[in-house]
Design a protein around this ligand. Structure first.
Ligand code: ATP
Ligand code: MG
Length: 416
């Protein structure tokens, strides 16, 4: 079929694009899931070994929930067709008892709906397990309940958004539960998921369960993984994509699949809007502009607060773009010295640190949205962005405003 064929319903395709590129929600379909094979293998390794549990952590929006959603399909690949995977989204009001009540309710619901693993043998439902739990649930109550259930079927119990729990006692009790399940070799796996730089930040001091816990960090995606998201999605829609358009989206994504979905959706719609099935660089540029208003409002407001100025010659936008491209250390911090090179490429002029030190300092203040955080003593000062999603917004915004191009980004990367 050609682009001019009357049979193509471009409006319908533009609608469909919103089901394939879903920046607002985690993925559920294996078919559209890209990359992450190492991390999936590590988690399956934990599930396959009695006494092991898993923790999956990383930046906001890197794809933690999506990975856990498609895990059940990866388990089917290795012959595990009868897994029951209750999932709980933790929130600030949860305590240990409420979390486990949710888990057990979820198990009984999924049993009623599906039957366990579609086996012929009817499974006794665990409402009684719920009923047997005392008002205040303790780790040992959980161990007994799970042990009872695991005689009947295999379970992976997922606690997503674990970072949102406010009460440290809940975290300690969860660690005690993992220890108890592990010590008693109960055949069920607990998987904790959350936004964190490290396992310690998520689970607290966890030496007692270190041996039992497989720690999986979900890093930003590689360019190849990001490109897979784009090509899988466009192919499913029946679109082709030009090489430079693909490279532009993957460069702007900065390894964050959320950003890839956002730009891809709007780029596809730009192509479809001009009645074409071939996505070009111009469509990406249009898509970037159109998607800017769809970011979280808090990110847009912080950017505006950080960069507004009445002086026409101000450098706030340029310095901020340079910060977003400065090479950070492993913990995400960068130095003033590392801002110098990107700033030169962006502006075409050489600035020394004293020329922009004031900007960096102001970015840490509330009047400029505290967009940066600072650490370290004089001469060892380092900065980092207060939220990981602000960085890709700055880059996209700078591209849309003409401050930055992919060519400049490549020069910065090559020479940085
Ligand atoms: N492997 C993947 N392949 C394709 N798209 C992905 C993949 N991982 C994540 N995404 C997409 O990226 C976006 C963010 O994913 P997801 O919600 O799973 O991230 P998260 O780490 O759980 O985020 P948060 O920290 O906000 O909970 C979603 O639009 C999702 O569809
Ligand atoms: Mg999530």
């Amino acid at each position: 079929m050609t682009a001019s064929s009357p049979a193509i319903n471009f409006h319908q395709l533009a609608f469909e694009a919103g089901k394939i590129f879903t920046p607002g929600s985690p993925l559920n379909e294996r078919e559209l899931f890209a990359g992450r094979s190492d991390q999936v293998a590590q988690i399956i390794g934990a599930i396959s070994q009695k006494g092991y549990h898993a923790v999956l952590y990383g930046d906001r929006g890197v794809g933690k929930t999506s990975l856990s959603n498609v895990l059940i399909e990866f388990l089917e690949d290795v012959g595990q067709h009868t897994m029951v995977m209750p999932r709980v989204n933790c929130d600030a009001s949860d305590d240990f008892s409420s979390l486990w009540r949710k888990v057990l309710r979820d198990v009984s619901l999924s049993k009623t709906q599906q039957g366990v693993g579609f086996t012929a043998k009817p499974i006794e439902l665990n409402e009684d397990v719920l009923d047997l739990l005392p008002e205040q649930v303790a780790p040992d109550d959980v161990r007994r309940a799970i042990s009872h259930l695991s005689d009947q079927f295999s379970m992976v119990i997922i606690f997503d958004e674990f970072d949102r729990l406010k009460n440290p006692i809940t975290t300690v009790m969860m660690a005690d539960t993992i220890k108890s399940l592990s010590d008693h070799a109960v055949d069920a796996t607990i998987m904790l998921i959350g936004v964190a730089d490290s396992v310690d930040a998520l689970v607290g001091e966890h030496q007692s369960i270190e041996r039992a816990l497989v720690q999986v960090k979900l890093p930003r995606m590689s360019q190849a993984e990001v490109e897979q998201i784009i090509t899988k999605g466009t192919a499913k829609l029946g679109l082709t994509i030009k090489h430079d358009a693909l490279k532009e989206i993957s460069a702007l994504s900065q390894g964050l699949p959320y950003v890839t979905h956002l730009i891809s959706l709007h780029a596809c719609r730009a192509a479809l809007n001009r009645q074409s099935l071939d996505l070009t660089l111009t469509d990406v540029q249009t898509g970037v502009r159109n998607s800017l208003s769809q970011w979280q409002q808090s990110v847009i407001t912080t950017y505006h607060t950080a960069t507004h100025s009445h002086q026409p010659e101000h450098l706030f936008r340029e310095v901020l773009a340079a910060c977003a491209l400065a090479v950070p250390d492993a913990t995400g911090y960068f130095t003033a010295a590392s801002v110098r090179h990107p700033l030169r490429v962006i502006t075409g002029k050489t600035y020394d640190i004293p020329n922009f030190a004031r900007h960096l300092n102001e970015f840490t203040k509330t009047e400029r949205g505290a967009i940066l955080q600072r650490t370290g003593e004089t001469r060892k000062i380092r900065y980092r962005f207060s939220s990981p999603l602000i960085k890709p917004y700055i880059i996209m915004r700078s591209v849309a405003d003409g401050l930055l191009t992919r060519k400049k980004m490549e020069v910065i990367e090559r020479e940085g």
